[in-house]
Design a protein around this ligand. Structure first.
Ligand code: SF4
Length: 422
């Protein structure tokens, strides 16, 4: 209540403008101040179906809280914690997501492929209007990146499961262990459904093209996080065993931070993050960097890996120092390797956390227009080159946070519903 009282109920709603989903934060706070909890949940879920999740993992300081006027002189209103409170209350009180059935949409069928934040949100907003939705998921559990890309210490999987239950309880059918291009095919789905949304993510780790990347002990960051979570969920031993190992993580984004922190918690004796630029340019959230530092992760800023050395397993890496230069036409400072600054360090594992991309083979089988990096080309309504198929989230190269992916899912639901009404 003390935190709610900090809110000025600004007419211009800068916090709402800062939220990718456009959550009506001042209205939600006003309702909470009046102890109208259910109405606050109702208001919040007009724009999001993942409040307990976004309340925990959104980068608030670069979104809603970063725009809060209270942050100019003092501390911004803790919008993330308020959203989390409402999400958790809805889970504990078993509040349901509301439905407003649209008669025209009752017999319409939509397939959603992939169950990350974009897929779940699209499925929920369609099902709320009465569309018969089927989610196709390649694993035996739903959640996509929320389950397999975000570690447990950032997102409690019980909260995730309960948030997903609320969405599935809208009457959504789920087909588990169904992978696009292997178990199901787009042409087959096009015959069975009135519309299809592809939100399968882009999960193939990028490589640097340096010598030694094929040695045993080199892993792609996002695939490693996924494997660790799958093994954990099945209560199996984590392979590879990081206990006592020296591990180098290459990259400066949230995946690099998550890998470093997960591996440290699995018992690694030394974890180094090697990043070509300075801390100020690191794309990872400040909070994640801070927490990684507090947990004893070592940071080598303005250093670059140029070679991985070993016979069959990784034994060492060769690195160089970098300097940052401003180049014409480039927004960010560009790192350049400093001559004769090479040095070698002993490591047991190298984790490449330098980004991910779509599966080239799968993409070419879809018969959809692709860009030069094999992302699905979409128009302003998220529609692909096929009139029955929409795409959003990472696979369509949309903005990459959970809230932005959820926004894509919500917008696609609206566009599919409009298409089905014609
Ligand atoms: Fe309240 Fe901050 Fe939003 Fe203003 S900007 S309405 S103070 S949360």
């Amino acid at each position: 209540m003390e935190e709610l009282k900090q809110c000025l109920n600004c007419k211009t709603k800068p916090c709402t403008t800062g939220c990718p989903l456009g959550n009506n934060i001042p209205m939600v706070i006003s309702l909470l101040k009046n102890s109208e909890y259910k109405q606050a949940y109702e208001e919040l879920t007009k724009t999001t179906v993942l409040p307990a999740i976004c309340g925990r993992i959104c980068p608030y300081m670069s979104q809603c809280m970063g725009k809060c006027v209270k942050g100019i002189k003092r501390n911004a209103v803790k919008i993330g914690e308020i959203e989390q409170f409402i999400g958790d209350m809805a889970i504990n009180e078993n509040l349901k997501l509301s439905k407003i059935n649209d008669d025209v949409l009752q017999n319409k069928k939509v397939a959603v492929i992939g169950s990350g934040p974009a897929g779940l949100t699209c499925a929920a907003f369609l099902a709320r209007q009465g569309v018969q939705v089927t989610i196709y998921e390649k694993f035996n559990k739903l959640g996509g990146i929320l389950r397999y890309g975000i570690p447990e210490f950032r997102l409690d999987k019980t909260i995730l499961d309960k948030s997903i239950d609320k969405i599935i309880n809208l009457g959504i059918e789920v087909k588990y262990n169904c992978e696009l291009g292997k178990d199901i095919f787009l042409e087959q789905l096009k015959k069975a459904y009135d519309g299809i949304f592809i939100s399968i993510g882009a999960n193939i780790p990028c490589s640097m093209g340096i010598p030694g990347e094929n040695l045993k002990g080199v892993y792609g960051g996002n695939i490693l996080l996924q494997q660790i979570q799958i093994l954990k969920e099945d209560s199996k031993q984590i392979v590879p065993d990081f206990n006592g190992k020296k591990v180098a993580i290459i990259g400066g984004g949230n995946v690099a931070m998550d890998c470093a922190r997960v591996i440290k918690k699995l018992g690694a004796s030394n974890v180094k993050i090697i990043y070509r630029r300075a801390i100020e340019q690191m794309p990872a959230e400040k909070k994640e960097i801070q927490e990684a530092m507090e947990e004893g992760i070592e940071f080598l800023f303005q250093n670059n890996i140029i070679k991985i050395i070993g016979n069959s397993n990784v034994e060492k890496i060769e690195c160089v120092k970098t300097k940052l230069v401003q180049k014409e036409g480039q927004d960010r400072l560009v790192p350049i390797n400093v001559e004769n600054s090479n040095y070698i360090i002993d490591v047991d594992n190298v984790i490449m956390a330098i980004g991910s991309k779509p599966d080239d083979v799968l993409m070419k089988c879809l018969n959809l227009d692709l860009d030069k990096y094999n992302y699905i080309v979409i128009d302003e309504n998220y529609k692909t080159s096929d009139s029955k198929v929409w795409a959003g989230g990472d696979i369509a190269n949309c903005k990459a946070t959970v809230a932005w992916a959820a926004l894509a899912g919500r917008n696609v639901a609206e566009n599919i519903a409009n298409y089905l009404k014609i």
